[in-house]
Design a binder for this molecule. Structure first.
Ligand code: SAM
Length: 319
């Protein structure tokens, strides 16, 4: 795999401390091995969801044949990352659900028997291939696998993480007040996703004061609770699965001291990087797709035009 490495040192954004971000192109499971163990304060991330879209090659997380395999893979992924997270560290994972059988019957329009994207799908001129019709490959069994079944993938993932040793501290509901109504007639429109908060140990860094919100009379501050109503924030450009900055900001503020290190192993369009910088934290971001890394660089630069990056003046080199 082509890889390049870019380290960014802060020049002058009014941020007093030196922030040394480390944004890298490649597979997180390989890149993580270059970091010292116990070096990350917080992981904030949103992995590819199961069978929603294809970002990269066959074999990536999200393209497993069954929801069970997806949950197993994702749990293993975080087991690898675990030793790089400080013992007092935090992990926030935003993960979405899906219904069994969505797009039924159309699978072969999208990928061939070897899982390669077909001409029909290419003709749709979508950058990110929709994998909805993945599911008809699984035989219905009248139990979990039956059309219309909500698969409860986030809950299965949370249980699997508990079984692998993580402590589940919060099941935060990210409510999306601007969610477009779906055309469904026999169920309610889905308007939320889960953000799971895990810790390694019973004692961990947590600054609740930093995220408290005003009470109704405005006289005091209170715990914001575990239902966060935050609008989705679509970005110009091609990345369609971004999470909103406000959501990431809350996770980072309460879990990471200033100048602490935040890792996003599925960086996508760079949301975690932008927010970490704004909050004076250091971001380590890994992304497997070159055009997304480039996109996140331009997004970062347009958000912080005064940021001086020597490394940035030259085009990243493949290594
Ligand atoms: C749901 S998106 C993340 C979106 C991100 N939260 C944002 O706000 O833009 C998941 C990303 O993970 C990337 N990805 C998938 N497998 C990866 C891997 N093994 N290593 C690094 N990145 C990966 C995909 O290319 C995709 O950009």
């Amino acid at each position: 795999m082509k890889q390049f490495r870019m380290e960014l040192e802060n020049g002058g954004t009014g941020v007093e401390s030196v922030q040394k971000h480390n944004i890298r192109l490649g597979d997180s499971l390989k890149l993580i091995r270059d970091l010292p163990t116990q070096s990350i304060d917080t992981i904030v991330t949103s992995p590819p969801y199961w069978a929603k879209r294809r970002y990269n090659d066959v074999g990536e997380i999200g393209s497993e044949d069954t929801p069970e395999e997806y949950v197993e893979n994702l749990t293993k992924f975080f087991s690898v990352l675990r030793s790089f997270l400080k013992d007092e560290g935090n992990l926030f994972v935003n993960v979405g659900d899906t219904f069994f059988g969505s797009g039924a019957g159309a699978w072969n329009k999208y990928v061939d028997d070897e899982g390669k994207v077909t001409q029909t799908q290419k003709d749709r001129k979508e950058k990110y291939y929709t994998l909805k019709p993945l599911q008809p490959k699984i035989k219905q069994n009248g139990k979990l696998y039956q059309n219309k079944q909500l698969l409860l993938i986030p809950s299965r993932f949370a249980v699997s993480m508990q079984n692998s040793g993580w402590i589940l501290r919060d099941d935060i509901i990210w409510h999306k007040p601007n969610r477009i109504p779906a055309s469904v007639k026999d169920r309610f429109n889905n308007t939320y996703e889960h953000v799971f908060h895990f810790s390694k140990k019973k004692k961990y860094y947590f600054d609740l004061d930093s995220v408290k919100i005003p009470t109704a009379d405005g006289r005091k501050l209170k715990n914001p609770g575990d239902v966060w109503s935050i609008k989705t924030q679509p970005l110009p450009g091609e990345h369609t699965a971004t999470f909103p900055e406000e959501l990431v900001a809350r996770c980072i503020k309460c879990s990471t001291p200033e100048n602490g290190i935040v890792l996003d192993p599925f960086l996508g369009s760079g949301t975690t990087w932008i927010v970490a910088h704004r909050l004076e934290r250091i971001c380590y971001g890994f992304e497997i797709k070159q055009e997304y890394v480039e996109y996140s660089y331009s997004r970062f630069l347009s958000s912080f035009p005064d940021y001086k990056m020597d490394a940035f003046s030259k085009k990243p080199e493949a290594k």
